[in-house]
Design a protein around this ligand. Structure first.
Ligand code: FES
Length: 159
C-alpha cells in the first residue's frame, strides 16, 4: 500500500536546524541536508519555513530541492532498499529481484510503505558490477543477491 496522505509535520526541528546555521543563501544546501536527515525527506512546510527564514523565494528553495538527487520531496521510509538495474545486474536477474521486493513489500519501486517503514528504489549502476545482482539496504551493499537472500534482508527490517 502506498502513502496517500502526507504526515503532519512538526516544525520544531526546522527551527533548531535554522539556529545552527547562518540564515543566508550560501547556507541553504547545508540547511536542506539537515532537514532531509531529520525528516528523511523535505516536507513542503519545512521548505516554506526555510525560504522565509533565509530570505529567498519558495520557488528557489523548491528548485534546489528538486535539482539534487539526494533530496526527496516525498516521504521516505525508515529503511531504503535499492535494487540496481544497471546492465550487469540486469542480466544477472535484477528485474526478478525488483518484482519480488515489490510483491513482498506491497508497493512498487519508487514508493514507500504506508507505515513509512520501507522505501523501495531502483538505480542504474553504482559501479559495483562485479557484485551483481546488487541490493543496497540502508547504504549497505549486498552482492550476488538471490530471492531468498532478499527475503532475509526484508524480514530483517520489518517493524
Ligand atoms: S550494473 Fe549494478 S552495480 Fe553496475
Amino acid at each position: 500500500m502506498t502513502t496517500t496522505a502526507l504526515p503532519a509535520v512538526d516544525l520544531a526541528p526546522v527551527e533548531r536546524i535554522l539556529d545552527a546555521h547562518a540564515r543566508e543563501q550560501r547556507s541553504l544546501i547545508m540547511i536542506l541536508q539537515d532537514v532531509q536527515q531529520e525528516y528523511r525527506y523535505l516536507p513542503r512546510p519545512a521548505l516554506e519555513r526555510v525560504a522565509e527564514a533565509v530570505g529567498v523565494s519558495r520557488s528557489h528553495v523548491f528548485q534546489l530541492a528538486t535539482f539534487y538527487r539526494a533530496f526527496s520531496l516525498k516521504p521516505r521510509g525508515k529503511h531504503v532498499c535499492t535494487v540496481c538495474l544497471g546492465t550487469a545486474c540486469h542480466v544477472r536477474g535484477a528485474p526478478r529481484l525488483v518484482e519480488h521486493a515489490e510483491r513482498k513489500a506491497g508497493i512498487k519501486a519508487s514508493e514507500t510503505t504506508a507505515d513509512l517503514n520501507l522505501t523501495l528504489e531502483t538505480v542504474n549502476c553504482v559501479g559495483a558490477c562485479a557484485l551483481g545482482p546488487l541490493v543496497i539496504l540502508d547504504g549497505q551493499y549486498h552482492g550476488n543477491m538471490t530471492l531468498s537472500g532478499l527475503d532475509r534482508l526484508l524480514k530483517g527490517v520489518k517493524p
